[in-house]
Design a protein around this ligand. Structure first.
Ligand SMILES: [Zn+2]
Length: 316
């Protein structure tokens, strides 16, 4: 009797251990980080409430949804304000023209494509609830942001994709502003004045895409002058080593930490299922991008969004 009770106890224990192991391996699969462990020191973003004014800094149309669609929705649902500033309009996407069967036919075609991408951005962020006054395009050159911040601070840069040396889009906040670093910093400063953000979600200077790194540095430099450095949290989209992996739509599964976020303290922002659904609907607005990189984009529709408290390098 005693022996069979022990046997039953052992069997139950074994079953429990198996279940725990399954749970642990499921968790591990969902949260694998570069070091093979869960993201270091998960912690929450600052409290989100009616007093929150969120500014998402997007180097290109679609980045705001990939990185931050969950936070955007939560801020708006909490009665706060949400704005997105697009630094470029994605006008260097030669691949998109090829997919459309339009070989690179000159600057005009790429400007047309940028107009289309801006409309997609309006549609996507409207689906997230961002009002028109929070949809802010600066129209600086795709694949040219880092040049503006280095050797074209005062001398206009000419985009080799659109032939433009000044903002060519009427939908931009400041059409015809010159393509210089000084002008870009002034325009970004004007956005800070307009939005008065309490929380800024900016691209990480560790991102592998040069426009993303430069947009992160721009945010740090201008935000510091406004005394708002402590309001920034950093996200990453091009995180290195084929991240995010696996590719494709996996709703309900947490986003893993990017290899490029190695060593950073991460804030884990959990999305509710309805917020994940809405994030997918917003991404679906990006027809031009889904034709070329759908598995990559859909891999950001996960149950969490991740933000780092520090940029990953010394502040200026
Ligand atoms: Zn981008």
């Amino acid at each position: 009797m005693r022996g069979s009770a022990n046997f039953a106890l052992l069997a139950m224990l074994a079953l429990a251990l198996c279940a725990a192991a399954r749970g642990a391996s499921g968790d591990a699969a969902a949260r694998v980080t570069p070091g093979g462990s869960a993201p270091a020191n998960p912690e929450a973003l600052p409290p989100i409430d009616a007093g929150t004014s969120l500014l998402v800094v997007a180097p290109h149309p679609d980045d705001e949804t990939l990185c931050c669609a969950g936070v955007i929705q939560r801020v708006l649902r909490s009665g706060g304000r949400a704005s997105v500033v697009w630094i470029t309009s994605g006008d260097a996407s030669v691949l998109d023209l090829l997919i459309e069967g339009k070989p690179f036919g000159g600057a005009g075609r790429l400007r047309e494509l940028a107009e289309k991408r801006m409309l997609e951005a309006l549609r996507a962020t409207s689906r997230l609830g961002v009002p028109a006054e929070g949809q802010l395009f600066l129209g600086y050159p795709d694949r040219g942001v880092s040049r503006l911040l280095t050797d074209h601070r005062a001398t206009p840069y000419t985009s080799r994709f659109t032939d433009a040396a000044a903002v060519p889009y009427s939908a931009a906040l400041f059409p015809a502003h010159p393509y210089t670093g000084e002008s870009l910093e002034r325009d970004f400063g004007a956005v800070l004045e307009r939005v008065r953000p309490t929380l800024i979600l900016a691209p990480s200077p560790r991102d592998t895409h040069p426009d993303h790194r430069a947009a992160g540095q721009l945010t740090i430099a201008v935000t510091a002058r406004h005394g708002l450095l402590g309001s920034i949290r950093y996200w990453i989209v091009h995180g290195g080593e084929g991240w995010p992996s696996p590719r494709g739509l996996m709703p309900g599964v947490p986003l893993t930490a990017a290899p490029r976020s190695r060593g950073l303290t991460l804030a884990v922002f959990p999305l509710e299922p309805a917020e994940e659904d809405r994030k997918l609907q917003a991404l679906r607005a990006y027809d031009t991008q889904l034709r070329t990189i759908a598995p990559f984009m859909l891999a950001f529709v996960r149950s969490t969004e991740l933000f780092a408290r520090l940029p990953g390098r010394d502040l200026p």
